[in-house]
Design a protein. Structure first.
Length: 242
């Protein structure tokens, strides 16, 4: 191999590794002739305005939101795949990311790997189509808050409004009703010393939270199919499957 070409490949790989390390993103399909897909990951705790512990895996919304805007504005990117494994985190940051994903014009597919708990729920359903692996889990529960309440009634009403925002978003981007979701959130029989419901892969699909049980191959296949369908709609031509 030509030395300059080898150095260029090494430099490209180093840049991709740094991109994965810093933002959890990677461009797929660049050299295979397949569709150009932006891979994004939502891993660990969703970090909001306050930084989490240095030992905690976190997704920083100030990193992810610009990446989503860039993907929307980049004509080369044809679709977006989002991998999730999160225990939840900052509600406002999570909703901001979810609304950003839901507002993208390009085809989006999400895949829940380990879990997508708490505010991870809106993130999982924000894509056009969602998958969950068979062993994946989702926990839905009421909004929680830590610290001392100065105005108890006012604080409670504010939490109720926040919870309503979450349930309305999930219901409008999935096949579960807001009433059913609230019932699952208040179930006192599943979680020790807490209320809420844990749903495994098949259960999440049966409840209408997630569209389908599947893994990375199914998620990518679905995204490629959605991209082809969009091209067909825009051009009127039927593109062959890749």
């Amino acid at each position: 191999m030509d030395k300059n070409k080898e150095e260029q490949i090494q430099k490209t790989q180093a840049g991709e590794n740094e991109e994965i390390k810093d933002t959890g993103t990677l461009r797929l399909g660049k050299e295979s002739g397949r569709h150009n897909i932006q891979l994004m990951t939502i891993i660990g705790e969703i970090e909001g305005h306050e930084a989490v512990s240095g030992n905690t895996k976190a997704t920083k919304y100030e990193h992810l939101i610009p990446r989503l805007a860039e993907a929307e504005d980049n004509d080369d990117i044809e679709g977006i795949l989002i991998l999730l494994n999160t225990l939840g985190g900052d509600v406002e940051a999570g909703l901001a990311i979810a609304e950003m994903i839901a507002s993208l014009s390009k085809p989006t597919v999400s895949l829940v790997l380990g879990g997508s708990h708490s505010i991870g729920g809106p993130l999982a359903v924000s894509a056009d189509y969602s998958f969950i692996v068979p062993s994946g889990t989702m926990i839905v529960h009421p909004v929680r808050s830590t610290g001392m309440f100065i105005g108890v009634i006012q604080s409670y009403r504010n939490m109720e409004k926040t919870q309503d925002r979450i349930t309305r978003f999930i219901a409008s981007h999935s096949n579960i009703t807001q009433e059913r979701l609230e019932k699952l959130m208040l179930d006192s029989s599943q979680l020790v010393k807490d209320v809420g419901t844990l749903l495994e892969g098949e259960e999440a699909v049966k409840e209408g939270l997630i569209d389908e049980v599947g893994g990375i191959s199914q998620a990518l296949s679905k995204l490629h199919s959605m991209i082809e369908d969009r091209k067909k709609e825009e051009t009127g031509f039927d593109f062959p499957s890749l």
